[in-house]
Design a protein around this ligand. Structure first.
Ligand code: MV4
Length: 455
């Protein structure tokens, strides 16, 4: 059973078909005409359009799984993918949850605990609080030791919610207050911690695969620095910032840490890389990620296949020496959004044509006549390219995006085309501040010409 929707549900079904595994889809009332429902061997409607009533509705999902008598549930990303509670329920119902053990999901979901566990496992972490902060006095004492600026983060957070940068002592009290209030509202847990703030970092993540017998390898890194409001816009592999030596060092550190926490399945260690190329553990994602295809392109690994094999109790069966990074891959997330304002643009896709040709992969659940519902994430397709070099991959991405037709809704394709032409992007020189600079340079009306907006 695939407990998800959209492109990732299709992506999982594609691999199941290649493995000869029968599939069961779940869907909401809004997703009756979705491609994942058509591709699966069986399907169940599990509730109304809002996610809380369907894709997050554990009783209905488990009821469908019991009726279909499924062996395993792949949760995809988002929704229940990092719910240790859901993983436990699956286990209690004798359904294999495709992912790490519930305790490991829970441990990594608590950012303070995860920091501690990873430090113990030998990963470099930023100087910061070893426990959730108890008082403003304690925070101030610690911040003075660390040195300003510091960042306040929610222990139950991740993905940037409940974060506050603090540059002076005066700002600390209010920052703790607002971060904690935000965290309590968003995660029902107001715990916060602080760590040293890195000004212009890169976001580099290492993909790992671990089996249930303690074997673990890494599949290199993904460069995920180009984000807006903590939403990734595009990702690439390898990172233009990493030397083979640094890749090996970060990879070995990630593998050691995975073994240290008893990790199994596919997982991702997120790191901040500072301007002096020092890396620090940030958080670990215990799910398949949106951007996994760039790793698949440069390694030829099928990460979903490996998740399923590992869940079946198979041995990993390869060693680090079997992993070779070949060429360069870029993924652009095509969202149903206004490319200038980022306002959602749901609606009917009246014309749809996908690019193809050498080195182009498109992961999507959209089709001509598909109605993009307003209830879910706005990502409608991932355009992924693979080429011998980064320069050729950028040229290939331009060509692929120019040949992609999506009519009836607005998409972020014109934005991606502009990024492909940006001198700093092309030079591989950027930090997490890239999009702020890019949008203030390109923000003036008219920079996205009418021809590109029509796409
Ligand atoms: C940081 C940081 C600088 N220093 N932590 C953003 C998402 C969340 N996972 C953590 N994030 C950051 N944590 C320290 N100590 C900068 C960010 C950050 C960021 C990180 C990766 C990609 C984009 C980002 C955009 C703004 C801030």
């Amino acid at each position: 059973m695939i407990a998800n929707r959209g492109e990732i549900a299709c992506r999982i079904i594609w691999t199941c078909k290649e493995m000869g595994i029968q599939t069961v889809a779940i869907h909401s009332e809004a997703d009756r005409d979705s491609l994942h429902v058509r591709f699966a061997d069986e399907s169940f409607c599990v509730g109304s359009a809002p996610s809380a009533q369907s894709y997050l509705n554990i009783p209905n999902i488990i009821a469908a799984a019991e009726i279909a008598n499924v062996d395993a549930i792949h949760p995809g990303y988002g929704f229940l993918a990092e719910s240790s509670y859901f993983a436990e329920i699956c286990e209690a119902c004798n359904i294999k949850f495709i992912g790490p053990r519930p305790e490991v999901i829970r441990l990594m979901g608590d950012k303070v605990e995860a920091r501690r566990a990873m430090q113990k496992a030998g990963l470099p972490i930023l100087p910061g609080s070893p426990e959730p902060l108890e008082s403003e006095e304690e925070a101030l004492k610690l911040a003075r030791e660390i040195g300003f600026p510091v960042i306040v983060k929610a222990s139950a957070g991740g993905g940037g919610r409940g974060m506050r940068i603090v540059r002076t002592e005066e700002e600390l009290g209010p920052a703790l207050e607002t971060a904690s209030t935000e965290a309590a509202a968003a995660f029902k847990n107001g715990d916060v911690y602080i760590e040293r703030y890195i000004e212009r970092p890169r976001h580099i993540e290492i993909q790992v695969l671990a089996d249930e017998y303690g074997e673990c390898i890494h599949l290199g890194e993904r460069e995920c620095t180009i984000q807006r409001r903590h939403q990734k816009l595009l990702e690439e592999a390898p990172s233009p910032a990493l030397s083979p030596e640094l890749r090996a060092e970060m990879g070995a550190a990630a593998v050691k840490a995975c073994k240290g926490i008893g990790y199994s399945s596919a997982g991702t260690m997120e790191f901040l890389l500072d301007e002096d190329k020092r890396f620090y553990f940030m958080e670990m994602n215990t799910r398949i990620q949106v951007e996994h295809p760039v790793t698949e392109m440069v390694t030829l690994a099928d990460i979903v296949r490996n998740q399923i094999r590992i869940a079946e109790g198979e041995h990993l069966g390869y060693t680090q020496a079997d992993v070779v990074i070949r060429g360069h891959s870029i993924e652009c997330r095509v969202n149903a959004e206004n490319p200038e304002t980022f306002a959602p643009s749901p609606g009917l896709i009246t014309a749809f044509n996908l690019p193809g040709g050498p080195g182009v992969r498109v992961d999507t659940a959209a089709y001509p006549g598909y109605f993009v519902p307003p209830f879910y994430d706005s990502m409608i397709a991932k355009v992924i390219v693979h080429a011998p070099t980064r320069e050729l991959a950028i040229a290939r991405m331009r060509r692929a995006l120019e040949g992609m037709v999506v009519e009836g809704i607005k998409t972020t394709i014109p934005l991606h085309l502009k990024i492909m032409d940006d001198p700093n992007f092309r030079a591989g020189e950027f930090s997490t501040k890239f999009m702020e600079h890019f949008l203030s340079n390109n923000g003036a009306k008219g920079r996205f010409d009418a021809a590109s907006l029509a796409r």
